[in-house]
Design a protein around this ligand. Structure first.
Ligand code: GRF
Length: 191
């Protein structure tokens, strides 16, 4: 299966996915990296690795529909089967959703439906929850609202700082995301 990873930032999940491919744990190809942030670290990494990239600046397009139309064209050129969001900081609109219905997934650093949106780790930490975790879910037009595919809990102990929680959650993400993608691909599943 051909994956397009969408990312706006550091790309530690992008790394986890490319490593899983490299070590034969994920039977897929990261065929494209899409980013809305030309200066993101993840873009630099993909370029170094020779992974094709599509990097765009939203403000250079008329509207969201216009850049999503362009993205759909690029995805089709690269014969992409699955869209994997990994820290992509934008909502997906209908233009991109419709042709890839059931083939777009996201990872979120909380046990959804708790703490959707920005800074889920900070939100959970501030709320003082004793259990948080990671969710992989299908993407719909909402913010972290699509149906849930996989979840794993992370205990928040009393001596943990916010950074400790972030580390613990990221560790789970880097294992759970490649594992879940592999299961979806193996099943040939769409929602
Ligand atoms: C991850 O915590 C992911 O759950 C969230 O954004 C973060 C991206 O981190 N959606 P990275 O860029 O993969 O390091």
């Amino acid at each position: 299966a051909k994956l397009a990873v969408f990312a706006s930032g550091t790309g530690s999940n992008y790394d986890a996915i490319t490593e899983a491919v490299k070590y034969g744990k994920l039977d897929a190809e990261v065929a494209l990296l899409v980013s809305d942030q030309p200066n993101a670290k993840v873009v630099e990494k993909a370029k170094q690795q020779g992974t094709p990239t599509f990097v765009f600046e939203p403000k250079q397009y008329r509207d969201k529909n216009a850049f999503e139309e362009k993205i759909v064209n690029v995805l089709q050129e690269h014969k992409i089967d699955w869209i994997v969001l990994a820290g992509y900081m934008r909502l997906i609109g209908n233009t991109l959703l419709r042709p890839f219905e059931g083939k777009i997934i996201n990872i979120h650093p909380s046990l959804l439906p708790a703490f959707p949106g920005l800074d889920a780790i900070g939100q959970a930490f501030e709320a003082g929850v004793k259990i948080s975790g990671v969710t992989v879910h299908y993407v719909d037009e909402g913010m972290d609202t699509g149906s849930i595919i996989a979840q794993e809990a992370v205990n928040v102990t009393d001596k943990m700082t916010r950074d400790d929680l972030q580390q613990a959650i990221q560790q789970v993400e880097h294992r759970l995301y490649p594992e879940t993608i592999q299961k979806l691909i193996a099943r040939g599943e769409s929602q």
